[in-house]
Design a protein around this ligand. Structure first.
Ligand code: ATR
Length: 272
């Protein structure tokens, strides 16, 4: 049976085995998908050991996404743009690194939330790894404007320069949280502020009635960002849909078939 796993540290909390097991049942694919705790200083060795055991592919989560990017002998365009890898494919060509996080975000917005990106004003909060992975997939949807706001403006400026020649010209701009102008159709929180129950210091005026406010984080309770957004007329959406969609994109890369996600997302929601 083909073997896959997710590497992380910690890894006990990972929902990926449940998601991929459900995908396998739904698509009639025979595969095994497990969790693997890699030592913080032993990621590459853990990957090589898995390949030696016949592993066909793996997901990669915190804190190994940058190391996975370095380890891969070949990178997809979206992994190059993201500067990070969340999906590895092992075959006769060696180790290929992909990044399905941004595509997962876009699929969740378009399909699950039913919101258009084309022609819309989109605000991306944060300029770290999570935000960087979202930029190219968002630009590919041709928003009217994509504003990246970050606490450290220089990091957001660097993203604007990086993506200028990749569809960002005339669309992408950067600013600090206090300088965000106007309201947006979609606001994505890609900062890690929610982890500390903190709120990026944005004005309520970034939201208008019906703005889709999406936090990449998820949990049993809404994040402070989602509570704030909802209290100012936005439609809140957590990161669980993005999690399931990035998994579906990885499954597609490994198995050549994209699972239906709606029922699985509903099941995952009930088990939070
Ligand atoms: P990740 O991989 O989750 O993106 P990261 O690369 O460390 O993690 O990036 C964290 C992001 O969250 C950054 O944009 C960071 O802002 P800075 O670039 O100014 O550090 C942002 N961030 C973290 N804590 C924050 C907070 N309390 N308020 C606002 N932004 C925060």
């Amino acid at each position: 049976m083909d073997r896959y796993c997710v590497f992380g540290n910690p890894i006990a909390h990972s929902k990926s085995p449940d998601i991929h097991a459900a995908f396998a049942v739904q698509t009639g694919q025979q595969l095994e998908y497990t969790k693997r705790l890699a030592p913080v200083d032993g990621f590459a060795a853990a990957v090589q050991a898995f390949i030696a055991e016949g592993g066909k592919g793996a997901n990669v989560t915190v804190p190994f996404k940058l190391e996975a990017h370095k380890l891969a002998g070949a990178l997809t365009i979206r992994a190059q743009a993201a500067g990070a890898v969340n999906t590895l494919l092992f075959d006769e060509h060696g180790i290929t690194g992909d990044n399905t996080d941004g595509a997962g975000l876009v699929a969740d917005i378009l399909v699950n939330a039913g919101a258009a990106i084309a022609g819309r004003r989109v605000l991306l909060l944060g300029a770290g790894g999570a935000a960087r992975g979202a930029v190219l997939p968002l630009l590919e949807q041709r928003p009217r404007e994509l504003v990246i706001a970050n606490r450290t403006v220089a990091t957001a400026d660097a993203l604007v320069r990086q993506f200028a020649a990749l569809g960002g010209e005339g669309v992408l701009s950067a600013c600090g949280f206090g300088d965000i102008a106007g309201s947006f159709d979609i606001v994505v929180n890609a900062t890690s502020a929610s982890l500390q129950a903190e709120l990026p210091p944005i004005a309520p005026s970034v939201f208008h009635p019906g703005t889709l406010a999406l936090d990449m984080m998820y949990g049993k309770e809404p994040t402070v960002f989602l509570t704030f957004a909802a209290s100012h007329g936005a439609v809140p959406r957590d990161g669980l849909g993005m999690l399931v969609e990035q998994a579906a994109e990885a499954f597609l890369g490994w198995r050549g078939v994209r699972p239906q996600t709606a029922a699985i997302l509903e099941t995952m929601r009930q088990t939070l």
